[in-house]
Design a protein around this ligand. Structure first.
Ligand SMILES: C[S@@+](CC[C@H](N)C(=O)[O-])C[C@H]1O[C@@H](n2cnc3c(N)ncnc32)[C@H](O)[C@@H]1O
Length: 478
């Protein structure tokens, strides 16, 4: 059974405030405190990672002024600041929430119900059903786990100041304070938190009014506002290479196409603290070769070929992907599959279940994401066979957990390309949408139903289509 812990707020961080950023900020904040800064303004407090880093770097909790606009950070902030949780005016199904025990226990009760309402608000599917079942069946275990997490943070952070409020108000208040450092780790995706915390109206509280954060605009705006002002700004930004706001002092390659930057309004003050720019290159994974020979060009796939699949690790998939794909800008995917034909490796592919398990669009709840399919050079078009096979039920069934397999009815794939159509998808999947993309030109979404056929029939269909295609080429050429 899937554990409800999967939906923990760790998802809020999307890898943008990871070890390297925490280490960097730990060093910088420790030195800034030693140099006489007295107040740390944290207007996007979320799960208090930044505040924890600051305390571990020597800042007293009392020097931290945290704020946020969502219930989860406001519950934690109120507990750390010693403010009664009743002041947040929380209601559950229209009734003021009854809270028992000390503030850490009360915080756990609110978080538990928020998580449960969020899960109960999801579509009626096995996956979510199991989450809810787990939350209901093991309510006490969840409550005590949440309580111990709150206590762990409380031990470090009690004494900080907290207010639920819009980021701009916190920035405005501190902008000309020469003893203030404003540290901001804002949302990366516009509107994502609103969707993440949706309880379908079952939980409400006296939330502050705020502006939905749009990183593409607002990071540049806040950086501009702080230029020449007395407070020191450190703001995290996830952007394309070279597109950071002014002035980056830290950059980490998250993938070949993504960077996490930390920008400041006073690089001349921050750079000496770390002996210059800090650049964290991409950690290259160790690549692993399989003990299966790659299909040789003179071995042809026929209707009598035997097809089997095996699950691959990320390291194994990366080896062949680098070998056959030559496209560097890719992200990790959830499941990797190798297709073995007649004992030879004939292709690898990737699936991602995020459309189903973390659905930000209800439209694709029954669609598995096909992230890539790639084959070695071969006289037959094995790439197309890979797509056929990856869209077939036997392969999906052997790769997915039963409750995910039961949900999957369609597959989608997204291509970023400079062409308005993908030749490789012709006859395999249908073009669902075409939108313009600032980096590549087009974003194409292709979709198909799962093929309820055996792998043998899949190979036969592919062979027939290929024969038809080859005939067309002969006629064209004559
Ligand atoms: C990436 S998280 C911040 C992580 C946090 N600094 C930490 O160290 O744990 C972004 C936070 O910004 C908050 N947020 C979103 N819009 C906001 C706004 N207009 N004003 C203040 N906070 C906002 C979200 O609630 C979320 O908690």
């Amino acid at each position: 059974m899937a554990s409800a812990a999967f939906n923990s707020p760790a998802i809020l961080f999307l890898n943008t405030w990871d070890g390297p950023e925490r280490d960097y900020m730990g060093t910088v904040l420790s030195r800034l405190y030693q140099q006489g800064y007295k107040r740390l303004i944290d207007p996007c407090a979320a799960a208090y990672t930044m505040a924890t880093v600051a305390v571990e770097a020597g800042w007293p909790a009392e020097a931290i002024r945290a704020s946020d606009v969502f219930l989860f950070p406001s519950v934690l902030g109120s507990v750390f600041a010693g403010q009664p949780l009743e002041a947040l005016g929380i209601t559950l199904d229209g009734i003021p929430m009854e809270l028992t025990g000390d503030p850490c226990e009360q915080a756990a009760q609110i978080m538990y119900w928020q998580l449960r309402c969020r899960m109960e608000a999801k579509p009626d599917r096995n996956y979510w059903g199991e989450m809810v079942q787990d939350l209901v069946g093991r309510q006490d275990a969840h409550l005590s786990m949440m309580e111990s997490q709150v206590r762990r943070l409380y031990a470090k952070l009690h004494g900080l100041e907290f207010q639920p409020r819009n980021l701009w108000a916190s920035v405005e208040e501190a902008i000309d304070d020469p003893e203030a450092v404003i540290v901001i780790n804002p949302p990366t995706y516009k509107g994502a938190y609103e969707k993440f915390f949706d309880t379908d109206g079952r939980m409400s509280w006296t939330a502050p009014t705020y502006d939905v954060w749009d990183s593409d605009v607002d990071i540049y705006r806040v950086a501009d506002q702080l230029q020449g002002r007395k407070a020191l700004l450190l703001i995290q930004q996830q952007q394309l290479p070279g597109a950071a706001a002014k002035s980056p002092v830290f950059a980490r390659m998250m993938s070949h196409g993504d960077r996490t930057y930390i920008c400041t309004n006073r690089p001349e003050e921050v750079l000496p603290l770390t002996n210059g720019f800090c650049v964290v290159p991409l950690t290259e994974l160790p690549l692993t070769k399989l003990d299966v020979p790659v299909i040789p060009p003179d071995h042809l796939v026929t209707a009598d070929s035997t097809v089997s699949v095996m699950a691959l690790s990320h390291a194994e998939a990366s080896y062949y992907r680098d070998l056959w794909m030559h496209k560097l800008d890719y992200k990790q995917t959830g499941y990797y599959v190798a297709v073995v034909i007649d004992g030879f490796l004939a292709g690898i592919g990737g699936y991602d279940t995020s459309t189903i398990v973390r659905p930000y669009q209800n439209k694709w709840l029954d669609a598995l994401l096909l992230t890539f399919g790639v084959s070695p050079a071969h006289p037959q078009r094995l790439n197309r066979l890979m797509t056929h096979l990856m869209c077939s039920r036997p392969i999906i069934r052997s790769m997915m957990l039963p409750h995910v397999n039961a949900v999957v009815k369609r597959l989608i794939t997204v291509e970023f390309t400079r062409y308005p159509e993908s030749k490789g998808m012709r006859g395999l999947m249908k073009l669902e949408s075409r939108t313009s993309d600032p980096k590549y030109g087009y974003k194409l979404v292709y979709v198909t139903d799962v093929k309820e056929v055996s792998t043998k029939d899949c190979v036969k269909t592919w062979l027939a289509k290929e024969a038809h295609w080859a005939k067309g080429r002969v006629v064209d050429a004559s």
